[in-house]
Design a protein around this ligand. Structure first.
Ligand code: HEM
Length: 480
């Protein structure tokens, strides 16, 4: 036993040393000085990232490298961030993402489905069509998770993010609400330090998942498979009963079944479940984070409530007798849209949008990176820059985007939350519609404020921001 451990350790250390000395002769970005081997900058990166990265940039310039978790990572400031985001021949977001959350192992039955294409072809082009369902689902989820609790008076809600995953997953999945835990379970992998990355990118997480020590997909897959089996059975019965007059269900499940010519009498359920998970994963965490942050930003600044309320009252005049708005009504929520863009702009990450280098790359300033290296975008540098954001870039000014031709879904050099270029998030219109319909509902029905009575900022874990778990008091508006 001991011999194996010692041998294993020697092998790992030798591999590590070999890797460090096998450096390619490239004009690499400057490496920030550090004192303690192996630890390098990990401590400052985890516990003081905002100041640490700012100082590094001041001293080393737009592109520099730091040594964290036993690996060299390159940080790219605002001047060169577009090069990383738009050169998809040289940089990949997806590859870097899989190094943190090994989706290829977690959803190994999904096969070769092109998720972006599937979503573009079947969901995003029909946003107008899905709008009524989205609103009805949001409405019932808000009733279920918020309203029942506040009927008796003001109520404190802690950890809005978790509540939001439940609310947001209702329209997103429209059906399998029980699956939301999967998303937060998966994100646990994001918080595991990448300790063995020097050996192989994402190695520790891959071991945890493939050994079964931590594989959140397994238990959730079984629940989802049970649900899908039920659906397939209903659809088979419906087809048999009604023949050509059978009304096909309008959902992603049916789209996948038809697009991939799946024989309903011979379904590979694991594969179908994994494909649906990929869709849920892309949409629920991101949109829930946006909603939780928007809610906290409004609760932190109740002085903007009245103005937003008046706008939503006006917009609501367009609703039908069931309270459903036409899709076009979203365009008239100008103040709310600007508020949401401001929330998203100030999401709070210091570094984000990790990309893997696909081939040796030379930046326009001559600095070079080798294939398989990982870069992080210094997004705080973009969002705190006056020339890009306008005056007082650090302060939350909810109406700063009005009349600037900058709706919340619009990507630009000064707004990279959804990425940029060819691979910019195709789900952003879907997400923004959902956040707007959600906030419309909340603003019309409730008054909100923070439990502390103060502005609650985001929670930083290293350079990554998460919604504040602090309490929000939600109180039903008095009927006039
Ligand atoms: C506030 C919500 C959201 C945020 C902040 C967000 C953010 C992102 C980012 C940063 C990327 C990578 C872009 C790049 O490579 O440059 C991305 C890609 C993607 N997102 Fe989103 N997203 C959100 C909502 C959604 C939703 C609701 C869906 C699906 C319904 C979705 C589906 C996708 C897909 C399929 C890709 C891959 C695109 C490709 O590789 O071509 N996202 N998203």
């Amino acid at each position: 036993m001991y011999q194996t451990i010692i041998l294993g350790s020697i092998l790992l250390v030798s591999f590590y040393i070999l890797k460090r000395f096998r450096k390619p002769k490239l004009n690499m970005p400057p490496l920030v000085r550090y004192k303690i081997p192996i630890i390098g900058h990990t401590y400052s990166y985890m516990f003081n990232s905002e100041e640490f990265i700012k100082q590094c940039k001041n001293e080393y310039g737009e592109i520099f490298s730091i040594y964290i978790w036993g690996e060299v990572r390159t940080i790219v400031g605002k001047e060169y961030s577009q090069e990383v985001l738009t050169r998809d021949d040289a940089f990949s977001f997806g590859k870097a993402f899989v190094e943190t959350i090994p989706l290829d192992l977690l959803l190994k039955h999904a096969g070769v489905t092109n998720v972006p294409k599937l979503l573009k072809d079947y969901i995003f082009c029909k946003l107008n069509f899905y709008s009524e369902r989205m609103q009805k689902c949001l409405h019932s989820a808000i009733q279920k998770y918020i309203n029942t609790n506040v009927n008796d008076g003001p109520k404190v809600f802690n950890n809005m993010y978790l509540l939001m995953t439940k609310i947001i997953s209702t329209p997103v999945s429209n059906i399998f609400i029980g699956e939301v835990r999967f998303i937060s379970d998966l994100l646990t992998l994001q918080k595991i330090p990448p300790l063995l990355n020097f050996y192989y990118p994402g190695y520790l997480n891959r071991i945890l998942v493939s050994s079964g020590l931590y594989n959140p997909a397994i238990k959730h897959r079984n629940i989802l498979i049970k649900y899908i089996k039920n659906q397939v059975c209903n659809r088979l019965q419906g087809k048999a009963k009604y023949g050509d007059s059978w009304k096909r269900p309008d959902d992603l499940l049916q789209d996948i079944i038809e697009q991939e010519n799946i024989d309903l009498n011979n379904v590979n359920y694991s594969s179908l479940a994994d494909k649906i998970f990929a869709f849920l994963f892309a949409s629920i965490h991101t949109t829930s984070t946006g909603c939780a942050n928007a809610l906290m930003d409004l609760a932190s600044r109740p002085q903007y409530m009245q103005e937003l309320y008046e706008e939503q009252l006006e917009v609501h005049k367009e609703a039908d007798e069931n309270g459903v708005l036409p899709f076009e009504a979203l365009d008239n929520m100008k103040k709310l849209d600007s508020f949401i863009r401001e929330t998203l702009r100030l999401t709070g990450h210091i570094l984000a949008l990790d990309h893997s280098v696909l081939k040796d790359y030379t930046f326009s300033n001559g600095l070079q990176l080798p294939k398989n290296h990982t870069v992080k975008i210094y997004v705080d540098d973009i969002y705190q820059d006056e020339s890009l954001q306008g005056p007082n870039p650090k302060s939350f000014e909810p109406f700063r985007h009005i009349d600037k031709n900058a709706p919340a879904s619009k990507i630009s050099k000064n707004f990279v939350l959804f990425g940029a270029g060819k691979h910019a998030c195709p789900g952003r219109y879907f997400a923004i519609s959902e956040i707007k319909f959600f906030m419309h509902n909340i603003i019309l029905k409730y008054n909100i404020r923070t439990e502390s009575g103060k502005i609650e900022g985001r929670k930083l874990y290293g350079p990554t921001a998460y919604p504040s778990p602090s309490g929000i008091i939600i109180e039903k508006r008095k009927a006039k």
